[in-house]
Ligand binder design. Sequence first.
Ligand code: NAD
Ligand code: UDX
Length: 486
Amino acid sequence: MPIKRICCIGAGYVGGPTCAVIAKKCPDIVVTVTDIMPAKIAEWNSDSLPIFEPGLEEIVFEIRGNNLFFTTDGPKAIREADLIFISVNTPTKAYGAEKGKAPDLSCVESAARLIGKNASGATIIVEKSTVPVRAAESIAAILSAECREDGTSFQVLSNPEFLSEGTAIQDLLSPDRVLIGCESSEAGKLARKELADIYTRWVPEERIVTSNIWSSELTKLINNAMLAQKITCINATSAICEKTGADVSEVAKAVGMDQRIGPAFLNCSIGFGGSCFHKDILSLVYLCKQLSLDEVADYWQMIVDLNELQRRRFCQRIVKSLYGNVAGKKLAIFGFAFKENTGDTRESSAIVVCKHLLNEQAQLAIYDPKVRESQIIRDLQSPGCEFNSSSLKIETCPYEATKGASAIVICTEWKAFKNLNYQKLYDSMESGARWIFDGRNILDHQKLMETGFQVHCVGKALHLQNGRRSSGLTNGHAFPFHNGDH
Ligand code: NAD
Ligand code: UDX
């Protein structure tokens, strides 16, 4: 029986865009997205959607009320659905035993209970949230424990989501692949076909990949861990570059031309952020420890540790460059989102940088094109960050943020930052040395130095080229051909 009604539990960064695209591509299927947060559902039903994603508004405003609905009435949406996506959050546990280590699956459990209690007839349950291996087994057990209605049956599929924020709509419209993990039984294969039949309306069949459920669950964790590892490789390289005069962009370009490596995800940065990489690697580490694979756990843990180091090195460089003291100095922070084209700040490296600078008693003026002021305040008000209201200003204009500042700190790779008038910014800053710390290597550093800025970026020893040290091959960092201290 072809699917006629879909319900999605969780109206977040995955549930909202995914269902908008499915509803757009399948006008004959009614898609209802439900969430426990009434305010979020109200926003999905308003002119101001709760998340910013390029291309999302156009789709939602076109089809909302036709075959795309947002509701807080989960039980009804579940009862009517033939297929239900679980797209709830799966953060790292923030309480109790294994706090900061294990994945918190309480939302998955409550979604499964809600489904078990309310579903009716043969229903396909699709695990879209990122979960540990064998979570589908627990979901199936909860469903059958909660189910009271005769004639109701469940098939659980794993269909992890690979979209990236900022390009979610593009990723959903043209995914590299759609992965569906199913049971090897006939019923499992049939459920897989019904889900695949939805995707084949717009995804070429050869991009729909099948596996067993456990492989599918593990693939998602490994996919994220390998992407984060690639960024970590280049960030670790940047530390070597800064000490030797090698240029990380030149290294990344040449390495990325090796077809076995490829150029993507080799932009060095102040460390990766986002809601997924950090928590999914921790989940993988936890899984390895549970399986007594301690060395494998240590291997993946190192990515998280090196990411922290990258953030710390950047913060220390700012303070050290400003003569070891930023207290009372105004610093303009450009970018607060964890990456460009999103208003999401979860695990953003900008939070770490700003907290560090506030604790050093700097005066921050933060500008981000998409992040709401209330979000920035909430992110910085967490424990371990001390500041008073006069130390923090959220600006809506980069030129205003920079007036009287000693330094500009680029934290997010927004393209718009490239096109600002840096001469004008320079002229409006505090007199004396004026710094730019480009944490994303997006600016024209040569031009900035010609303007008069002291430029620091990631993975390039610009100060070595800046005339303050001798140039050429003899810059004092030659590799010693003896066992001396380097
Ligand atoms: P999110 O926090 O933006 O959204 C999750 C939503 O689920 C929230 O609105 C929450 O209120 C709701 N929810 C929680 N429990 C519920 C319940 N019992 N009933 C109804 N609603 C409930 O999270 P997200 O970023 O959309 O991520 C969802 C899942 O997808 C996570 O497992 C994540 O790892 C995975 N994922 C996220 C991304 C991404 O880019 N954000 C990409 C791929 C996969
Ligand atoms: C990631 C995965 O890419 C996606 O497949 C998965 O479904 C969810 O997690 P997302 O976190 O939205 O997506 O963004 P991504 O583009 O992966 O960037 C993550 C972080 O890495 C950002 O902070 C970004 O700025 C940083 N990054 C990315 C780098 O520092 N360098 C790069 O070369 C690429």
